[in-house]
Design a protein around this ligand. Structure first.
Ligand code: FAD
Length: 522
C-alpha cells in the first residue's frame, strides 16, 4: 500500500496536467479579445470554444457565413452584460457586441464576427433577467414588464393566466421581445393596433456606453424612440413594458378567395377602414406552390377544389380575417361577422370558416414549424424578401412581381403574404422606416429552399428590387440588411441624420449589433 502511493499521486498530477493543457488548448484565448477580459467576473460565463462560437454564427436565414465571434457570453445577470459593454466601451480599441435573441434573423443581423455575442436567452434559463410580470396601474391600465430575452409565446402564456394578452403580434411567437422590437413586429393586428413598437410604454435599455437607462415617451424619450425599430444600434433592451388588454377566448377565422387582384385589394382596404375586425392578412396561392403551405389552414378535403381554381387562374388571392369572441359575444359573433363581410366580392362558394381557441390561432405557425422540422425542411436556407409597398403602386407591383416575376420559378415551398396597414398607427419618432403614404402593403416573399438551390431565389429577389426601382415604386425593405453605407442612407432617407446622431449619442464607439452592417459597412 505504502509503496503504491507515490506512483498513484504522480499519475494523478500528470492526468491533471494533461487535462489542464488540453482544456487550455481547446479554450485558446482569441487574439482579438483583450486578455484583461479573463480577469473579470464574467470570464467563467464567456465561451471561446468552437461549439459555442459556431452556434452564434448561424441564423434562420442560413444565407450568410461570416467569421465566427471571438466569444459568446452566457449572462447570469443583467450586470454581466453591463460589465461586458462597459469593459469594451472603456478600451481605446473596443470590440463589438451583439445581443442575440432567438437568432431568427435572415442575414447575420445578430452576429458579431471577431466580437462577442450575448446569448440573451441565457437570462431566461437561469431566471435572472427581468422575467415576465403582469401589473395594473391607473396611468397605463394593465401591462407586462418583460425581459428582452423572453419569447412572445411565453408572454402569451403568462398574461393569459391573468385573463390578459398583448394586442399586437408577429405571425410566429418563438421570437424574442428584444428581437422584434428592434425591427417593428408586424402581423394581421397591425392595421388596427399598430406594430409591436407602437404598443410599448417603457423600457430599460443598456446603452453602448454600458449605462442602464429607463426610458419612455416622456423620460429619456430620444433613447426610447431610437431603440424601437433601431436594429439593435443604440442599446440592449433589458426590459420592455408591453400594453395588455383583456384576452378573448376564441377566434372566428375566415379565408376568402379572389381571382382578381383589384377586387381583392379593394376589399382588404375597405375592411381596414372600418371597425370590427381583429386581424387581417392576405396571401397568394400559386400554381407552383401547394395550397397546403405553412401558412394556409384549409381543410385537406378542400385542396382539389382550390387547386383546380389555381390551375384555371394561375394565381388566387386569399383574404384572411379574424374576429375574436368569448362567452358574452358567442351568440352575436356570427351575425356581426356577416355584417362586416357584407358586400365583399370574393368568389362565391370559396369562403372557409374555422373556429379555434385564441392560443391555437396566435400560435398557428408553430404547428407548421413542427411539421417542417419533422420533414427536415425548417433548418434550410430562407432567401426571404420582406417589403413595404406604397398603396398607390400595389397594383403595378401585382402585375410586375406576382404575375410576371414570381411564376418564373417552377417550384417553391414558399409562402407569399400581402396585406395593407395604416401609416398613422406607426409613430414616426421611432427608428422604423416605412413608405410615405397613408396606406402601404406589407409583402412577404417567404421562400424556403434546399441547401444548394437558394441562389435562383436570391436572383429573383434582386430582379424584384430592380423592377421596383425601374418602375419608380418606392418600396422600403423590412428585416433587410444592406452592405453599403450609401444603401443604408437611401433606406433611412430623411431619417438618416437622426439615426446617425442617435448612434453618436448612445453608442459612440459603435460597439453594438455590428451584424446589421450599418456603421461598419463600406
Ligand atoms: P435575433 O435574430 O436574435 O436578433 C435580431 C436583431 O435584434 C439583431 O440585430 C440583434 O442584435 C438585435 N437584438 C436581439 N435582442 C436584442 C435586445 N434584447 N436588445 C436589442 N437588440 C436586440 N417579423 C415580423 O415583424 N412579423 C412576423 O410575422 C414575423 N414572422 C416571422 C416568422 C419566422 C418563422 C421568422 C424566422 C421570423 C419572423 N419575423 C417576423 C422576423 C423576426 O421578427 C425578426 O427576425 C426578429 O429579429 C427575430 O427575433 P430574434 O429574437 O430571433 O432576434
Amino acid at each position: 500500500m505504502a509503496k503504491s502511493c507515490p506512483i498513484s499521486s504522480s499519475f494523478i498530477i500528470i492526468s491533471v496536467l494533461i487535462h489542464f493543457t488540453l482544456s487550455i488548448g481547446l479554450r485558446r484565448w482569441p487574439d482579438v479579445l483583450p486578455y484583461e477580459l479573463q480577469s473579470l467576473d464574467i470570464a467563467s460565463r464567456l465561451r471561446v470554444d468552437p461549439d459555442a462560437t459556431r452556434m452564434a454564427s448561424r441564423d434562420f436565414g442560413r444565407l450568410v457565413h461570416p467569421p465566427n465571434p471571438a466569444a459568446v457570453l452566457y449572462p447570469s445577470s443583467i450586470e454581466d452584460i453591463a460589465s461586458l459593454v462597459k469593459f469594451s466601451y472603456n478600451r481605446s480599441s473596443p470590440f463589438s457586441i451583439a445581443a442575440r435573441g432567438q437568432g431568427h434573423s435572415l442575414r447575420g443581423q445578430a452576429m458579431a464576427s471577431h466580437g462577442v455575442v450575448v446569448e440573451m436567452r441565457s437570462l431566461n434559463n437561469c431566471s435572472c433577467g427581468s422575467g415576465i410580470r403582469v401589473t395594473k396601474n391607473p396611468i397605463w391600465g394593465s401591462y407586462a414588464d418583460v425581459g428582452g430575452e423572453q419569447q412572445w409565446i411565453d408572454v402569451l402564456q403568462a398574461t393569459l393566466k391573468h385573463g390578459l394578452a398583448p394586442v399586437s403580434w408577429t405571425d410566429y411567437l418563438y421570437l424574442t421581445i428584444g428581437g422584434t422590437l428592434s425591427n417593428a413586429g408586424i402581423s394581421g393586428q397591425t392595421f388596427r393596433h399598430g406594430p409591436q413598437i407602437s404598443n410599448v410604454y417603457e423600457m430599460d435599455v443598456l446603452t453602448g456606453k454600458g449605462e442602464l437607462v429607463t426610458c419612455s415617451k416622456d423620460t429619456n424619450s430620444e433613447l426610447f424612440f431610437a431603440v424601437l425599430g433601431g436594429l439593435g444600434q443604440f442599446g440592449i433592451i433589458i426590459r420592455a413594458r408591453i400594453a395588455l388588454k383583456p384576452a378573448p377566448k376564441r377566434v372566428k377565422w375566415i379565408q376568402m378567395l379572389y381571382d382578381d387582384f383589384s377586387t381583392f385589394s379593394r376589399d382588404q382596404e375597405h375592411l381596414i377602414s372600418i371597425n370590427g375586425l381583429d386581424y387581417l392578412e392576405g396571401s397568394l396561392l400559386m400554381q407552383n406552390s401547394s395550397p397546403n403551405n405553412w401558412r394556409s389552414s384549409f381543410s385537406p378535403s378542400e385542396y382539389p377544389r382550390i387547386s383546380s381554381l389555381i390551375s384555371k387562374n394561375g394565381i388566387i388571392y386569399c383574404l384572411e380575417v379574424v374576429k375574436y369572441y368569448d362567452e358574452l359575444t358567442s351568440h352575436t359573433v356570427d351575425e356581426e361577422l356577416q355584417e362586416l363581410l357584407k358586400g365583399l366580392n370574393f368568389l362565391p362558394g370559396f369562403v372557409f370558416t374555422k373556429d379555434v381557441s385564441l392560443v391555437d390561432f396566435l400560435n398557428r405557425v408553430h404547428s407548421e414549424e413542427l411539421n417542417l422540422r419533422a420533414k427536415g425542411l425548417w433548418d434550410v436556407p430562407h432567401p426571404w424578401l420582406n417589403l413595404f409597398v406604397p398603396g398607390s403602386r400595389i397594383s403595378d407591383f401585382n402585375s410586375g412581381v406576382f404575375r410576371d416575376i414570381l411564376p418564373k420559378i417552377n417550384q417553391t415551398t414558399g409562402t407569399f403574404l400581402i396585406y395593407p396597414v395604416i401609416r398613422n398607427k406607426w409613430d414616426d419618432r421611432t427608428s422604423a422606416v416605412i413608405p410615405d403614404e397613408d396606406i402601404f402593403y406589407t409583402v412577404g416573399l417567404l421562400h424556403s429552399s434546399g441547401a444548394d438551390d437558394w441562389e435562383p431565389l436570391e436572383n429573383q429577389n434582386k430582379e424584384i428590387l430592380k423592377f421596383c426601382d425601374k418602375a419608380g415604386i418606392k418600396i422600403k425593405r423590412y428585416l433587410s440588411r444592406y452592405t453599403t453605407k450609401k444603401d443604408w442612407m437611401n433606406h433611412f432617407g430623411p431619417k438618416w441624420r437622426t439615426f446617425e446622431d442617435r448612434k453618436a449619442q448612445f453608442d459612440p464607439k459603435m460597439i453594438l449589433s455590428p451584424g446589421q452592417q450599418i456603421f461598419n459597412s463600406v
